[in-house]
Design a binder for this molecule. Sequence first.
Ligand SMILES: Cc1cc2nc3c(=O)[nH]c(=O)nc-3n(C[C@H](O)[C@H](O)[C@H](O)COP(=O)(O)OP(=O)(O)OC[C@H]3O[C@@H](n4cnc5c(N)ncnc54)[C@H](O)[C@@H]3O)c2cc1C
Length: 367
Amino acid sequence: MFDTDIFVLGGGPAGLAAAIAARRSGFRVTLADASEPPIDKACGEGLMPDALHAAAALGIDIPETAGYAFKGIGFQNQLHHVTADFPNGTGLGVRRMALQRLLAENAARTGVELIWRTPVTGIERGIVSLGTKRMRSRWIVGADGSQSSVRRWAGLGDYKRNSLRFSYRRHYGVEPWSEYVEIFWGEGFELYVTPVSAKEVCVVLMTRNHHRRVSDALPDCPQLQAHLRGAPAVSTERGAYAAMRRLHRVTRGCVALVGDASGDIDPITGEGLCLAFRQAGALAKALKAEDLCLYESAHRRLSRRPRWMADFMLLMDRSTFVQRRVMRAFAAHPRLFASMLAMHVGQSSPIQFAATTAALGWRMAAR
Ligand SMILES: Cc1cc2nc3c(=O)[nH]c(=O)nc-3n(C[C@H](O)[C@H](O)[C@H](O)COP(=O)(O)OP(=O)(O)OC[C@H]3O[C@@H](n4cnc5c(N)ncnc54)[C@H](O)[C@@H]3O)c2cc1C
């Protein structure tokens, strides 16, 4: 009856992870993408330790040799600098094209049928149109990114958006100077730096002002500017929207959405890839049980913590007053910053989570 069990539309990290997880659960899986590997995209290129664990749980090994390991996160503003180590291992900075290629190779080895350079032009009642070709599939997975067409075609386009920013990414040829992903908090923008190889860093600007570029923001971060002085830009600047978008539903009939197609989390959290890998695992389980309601509830649960962290960081972005208070509290009590990072990577219990939040509120209020 069906040409394939599962048709995955989109060969970014979310689509490839979903295809691998479904194939490993015994399904016949076909994946199509309009582009071909290695596919590039504006990304901070930092995989937190929880993202590496989530990938490993799907049977995806991302070796340390694929990028550059970092041991934690640093926050910096004009007055303060604070760092904390991850409590659960190291993170990895990996060039986006290298990550996409690695995932595509894994999918091919796992037995996913891959169709590149082929845009999907529509879906209707389990039939996927690829130009003039049609394929009948039991399930359809929309992994076509934040401007998802599947979302629209399946009538899942209702969403609540509470933030829209702009992001620009650029690589510089310089030896990483820090073992941390460093976030520089400016007034109305952030610049963050991920080491991606022994001779390259990835710099991302997040801003509400779409006219501002990385080079415009650097003079406001003299420490960062000093590190980059004389370093050649080794990639062209790539831009992307950075939204916070929550969908009312992520499944309908035989269609399920994963990754950015299923809602966006502001990139400042660096949790997008981890979330995509976790969603892929949850979706495979729900498909195996033939019950997409399981995925619907897992999706809500998985998004909760990253959304909370994104809301907190967006508050720091919106208000210089809040940002200064938070930075002052973290600089005076570095263990508070370490607890916050543990929360961020899912290493604290609900009680520790509540205690850290209360302690931060208290320290911010203190004179
Ligand atoms: C500036 C920025 C920095 C970020 N930094 C980080 C970070 O440091 N760490 C982290 O974990 N996350 C980060 N993220 C988030 C992360 O990049 C995303 O969550 C992730 O890329 C989502 O992948 P995806 O597969 O859902 O979508 P995408 O990577 O956008 O893939 C969608 C794919 O679908 C294909 N497609 C679309 N329409 C069609 C069609 N009709 N037919 C066929 N193919 C189609 C496209 O060609 C594309 O390959 C960042 C995001 C941004 C914007």
